[in-house]
Design a protein around this ligand. Structure first.
Ligand SMILES: [Zn+2]
Length: 872
């Protein structure tokens, strides 16, 4: 499962800006009460579920599922007299065992069925259950209503991690696998998608049709999918297998531009993994209001309809939607064909899917882009300190879905990247193939992976896994060197300075050191294992550049003490993206330095990698000063790619108070060729609070653009501008009937303005009654941020509703607590930055650093909240 990267990054940027602007940093008090954690250990089983025939109908008025499921199962233990299924919130009408009526009992979480007598291991039973239910999770009904009468109808499911039980009584843990027949009776104009092969579509009378799907390869119940509704469809084939794409009706023209690389990815992964795409179809269905970015149901992925980017915007993203598409496709092997036995080992799903994203980036976008993405992933991972202490395989999930964290994903992908380097490509892929072949159709833990890799390569990877997977953290290095002219040698001191506590220990890692002198570069391999050690290398002259971990091959953070001229040399001459990006980043810290500005300007204009040009532009913004501004303005003239241009424009926004900057930003906001650059300019204008800012933002909010892209940017930016004249505009765009994503942008900003105006609070409180998940969510958070205690009754009233998803409850409670003053934010952003830095004698640098750390922690918290909302 995943949230696609661009989305994630955009979300994060907005969130950080919002956090700082809204002064919610003090929210840090109080933790979310946990809802229910996923089971960290696999259950012991009484039976083996082998096949389920699942027949479903829907009562759309009532948002009800009417089900008739027959489970064919084999008893595993002698003397079993009753068996149970996971079943939450379902009304069970009848149960038969081998067609005879059976006694059954229900609890809040189980359906318990009596067998006719004491069963023996190996005995087979058919258990048929007739039931209905109105699921609040697991199955979702997206329907038109009076406010959105044209919305395409959609019913879809989301099983992972343990939600299938909310619409289907079943064995709902990953450690059992079954085949399925899925029989869906729906209105004749609808389309359905389920696991496996479409067998038939037949008339069912009364304007209905029955669709029958058959999945003949077993997978776990969290991978069962049911999608039905009004969709546009596009069909093609890959090696004789149907490859289909679905968009909510009316958006079928967006499938091609966003999804057309799918068959190429199937080619690549079939080749690299050594096992051909294993299922009988590959469907990708894009649904509205999806609770995650994407979900890899066996043979039939469900993705958010946000991945159907407007054709005018699609090309403005470096990787398009490919991270999402390649991630879910990789899961069809790693996750679906071979499945983690328990959630503690979920990195075997998510780490591999993240690695699959890298493979596609390398193959399709080239090494430089893949290296840049990996460099960013490492920074993001180190920026989330909560992850550092946690081993990748762990059992202490504090909250629901806690295990779907940045370790399972980002670090997991990195670990596989490092393992490939550690073993060499041939051995690594030979091992992967063997792992897939020996475990296909099975459930695995990390030890199964280790065993398969060793069997295939005769290389023991226990130590590697011990430090990276069972251990926590990553190396933090402090490095410096001296050149001894007499001995003609470089002495490199390497210290491991990560805090060793809990599961974080010393690392033993291979490191490439490159020493470049006037006569050229020389590469050396060393192994770093000690807390501190000095390594010596021959060098006939003083080095021009010393690289430790050349190319950033390790998930590590390195503080390398070098002189400015060395960083400048490295930015210009480093052969690898990671080394040049590191240099740009460090040079950006030399505030106001003119030589740094010249070097960064050169890189921002002409580095061969667009990723480095992006980092260099950001670094110029960070650097500040007249020289940096001039360089940045020169870089803007290059008409670079939209994602680079966005970084340039955002950086320009940090030169506040310069009249020429304001004018340039206005010009870009009005007429740049890139929508992303225009949006960045609007945000920068708001941040700089320029004189004409309000007029610019108002004009952008009034104008039309692809999917209202610029309007949303303007509405979001009004919060930062803090001008109360925006209130009527925000009220208008927050109102019912406007596009949902535009409304959420407006709601957040509205909450920030005219804080003493009770009417605004009432308007936002009114949104908590809407059926749309994202509007409710925005309203709940916006009320908390607004800080007006008169919203408390509205929030408390929500808690009494029966159509609340359980994830919403802690969020409401937390915001009520904030409004009551428990960890709330009475002051504005100034009060907050003072709170953030308790020592009054601290320097600005200290204060900033503390604030940054706090923001990171907040970010971590918000991510946890988001992941609980299903953004896994
Ligand atoms: Zn995933």
């Amino acid at each position: 499962m995943k949230v696609c990267k661009e989305q994630k990054r955009d979300l994060k940027a907005v969130r950080l800006a919002a956090l700082v602007a809204l002064g919610v940093l003090a929210l840090a008090a109080g933790t979310a009460p946990s809802a229910r954690s996923d089971e960290p250990y696999a259950r012991s089983r009484d039976y083996d579920l082998q096949h389920s025939k699942i027949a479903l109908k829907f009562d759309l008025e009532k948002k009800q599922v009417i089900g008739d499921v027959t489970h064919s199962l084999t008893i595993l233990r002698d003397g079993t007299t009753r068996i149970w299924f996971d079943s939450v919130g379902l009304s069970i009408h009848t149960v038969t065992v081998n067609k005879a009526a059976a006694k059954f009992d229900t609890t809040e979480e189980r359906l318990i069925v009596a067998l006719p007598g004491e069963a023996k291991a190996g005995e087979k039973f058919d258990v048929e259950i007739k039931y209905d239910g109105k699921p609040t999770k697991g199955m979702y009904f997206i329907l038109p209503d009076k406010d959105y009468p044209d919305r395409p109808r959609q019913v879809w499911t989301q099983g992972e991690s343990e939600d299938t039980r909310n619409y289907l009584p079943t064995y709902d843990e990953p450690n059992d696998r079954l085949t399925t027949d899925t029989i869906l009776t729906v209105p004749a104009s609808w389309v359905t998608v389920a696991n496996g092969k479409l067998m038939s579509v037949t008339e069912a009378g009364n304007g209905m049709k029955t669709w029958t799907w058959k999945e003949s390869q077993p997978s776990s119940t969290y991978l069962i999918t049911v999608v039905a509704g009004e969709f546009d469809e596009k069909k093609e084939a890959w090696r004789g297998i149907p490859v289909t794409y679905y968009a909510p009706k009316g958006r079928g023209d967006r499938l091609e531009i966003n999804y057309n690389r799918t068959p190429q990815m199937m080619d690549l992964f079939s080749k690299e993994f050594g096992v051909e795409y294993p299922w009988e179809q590959y469907a990708q269905v894009m649904v509205d209001d999806f609770v995650a970015g994407g979900m890899e149901n066996s043979s039939a992925t469900t993705n958010t309809s946000e991945s159907l980017v407007h054709p005018k915007l699609a090309s403005e993203y470096a990787l398009g939607q490919d991270d999402l598409i390649s991630h879910e496709l990789t899961h069809q092997w790693f996750g679906d064909l071979v499945t983690c036995k328990d959630w503690a080992n979920v990195w075997l799903n998510e780490g591999f899917a993240t690695f699959g994203e890298m493979l596609w980036q390398e193959a399709h976008y080239g090494k430089d882009r893949a290296d840049y993405e990996r460099w960013k992933d490492a920074r993001e991972w180190f920026g989330r300190p909560n992850l550092f202490k946690k081993p990748m395989v762990r059992r202490d999930f504090a909250e629901d879905s806690d295990e779907f964290d940045g370790n399972a994903y980002g670090k997991g992908g990195w670990v596989l990247y490092m393992l490939r380097r550690h073993l060499g490509e041939d051995a690594f892929y030979t091992g992967l193939k063997h792992y897939l072949q020996t475990n296909r159709g099975k459930n695995v833990v990390t030890a199964d992976f280790a065993k398969a890799m060793e069997e295939a390569t005769h290389r023991n990877i226990d130590e590697f896994l011990g430090q990276w997977v069972y251990g926590a953290g990553a190396p933090r290095f402090e490095v410096k060197y001296v050149y001894d002219e007499g001995k003609h040698q470089v002495a490199l001191t390497v210290k491991q300075i990560q805090k060793r506590e809990g599961a974080v220990g010393l690392f033993r890692v291979p490191v490439n050191v490159e020493i470049t002198t006037a006569s050229g570069p020389k590469l050396y391999d060393i192994v770093v294992a000690k807390e501190e050690k000095i390594y010596t290398f021959p060098a006939s002259q003083a080095p021009l550049m010393v690289l430790f971990d050349r190319g950033g091959q390790l998930l590590a953070e390195t503080d390398f003490h070098k002189e400015k001229k060395e960083w400048i040399f490295q930015l210009k001459n480093g052969s690898e993206v990671a080394d040049r990006a590191d240099a740009a980043f460090v040079l950006g810290r030399l505030h106001g330095d003119e030589e740094a500005a010249a070097a960064l300007g050169n890189a921002a204009r002409s580095d061969r990698a667009d990723g480095v040009r992006e980092v260099a532009a950001e670094a110029l913004g960070e650097l500040g000063g007249a020289a940096a501004l001039k360089e940045l303005q020169e870089a803007l003239k290059t008409q670079d790619k939209p994602w680079v241009r966005q970084a340039q424009v955002a950086a320009l926004g940090s030169f506040k108070g310069d009249a020429s900057v304001g004018a340039r930003l206005e010009e870009i906001a009005r007429e740049d060729g890139s929508f992303r650059a225009r949006a960045a300019a609007l945000e920068a204008l708001a941040g700089a609070k320029t004189a004409g800012g309000f007029e610019m933002l108002s004009a952008a909010a009034a104008g039309d653009s692809a999917d209202g892209f610029l309007r949303k940017a303007a509405l979001r930016s009004f919060a930062m501008l803090g001008d109360n004249r925006a209130v009527p505009i925000l009220k208008e765009w927050a109102s019912v009937g406007k596009p949902v994503d535009t409304r959420t942008a407006a709601i957040y900003s509205l909450a920030r303005l005219k804080k003493d105006d009770k009417e605004i609070t009432e308007i936002i409180a009114g949104f908590t009654n809407e059926p749309r998940f994202s509007i409710r969510l925005a309203a709940i958070n916006a009320l908390g941020w607004r800080g007006d205690a008169s919203a408390i009754p509205a929030l408390e009233a929500m808690l009494k509703k029966d159509d609340l998803s359980i994830e919403m409850v802690p969020m409401i409670k937390r915001n009520v607590a904030r409004l009551r003053g428990g960890g709330g934010t009475k002051g504005g952003s100034h009060a907050t930055s003072e709170e953030a830095s308790t020592g009054s004698g601290k320097s600005d640098g200290d204060r900033l650093e503390r604030l940054e750390r706090l923001v990171n922690e907040m970010n971590e918290r918000l991510k946890a909240i988001e992941s609980k909302l299903g953004a896994k």
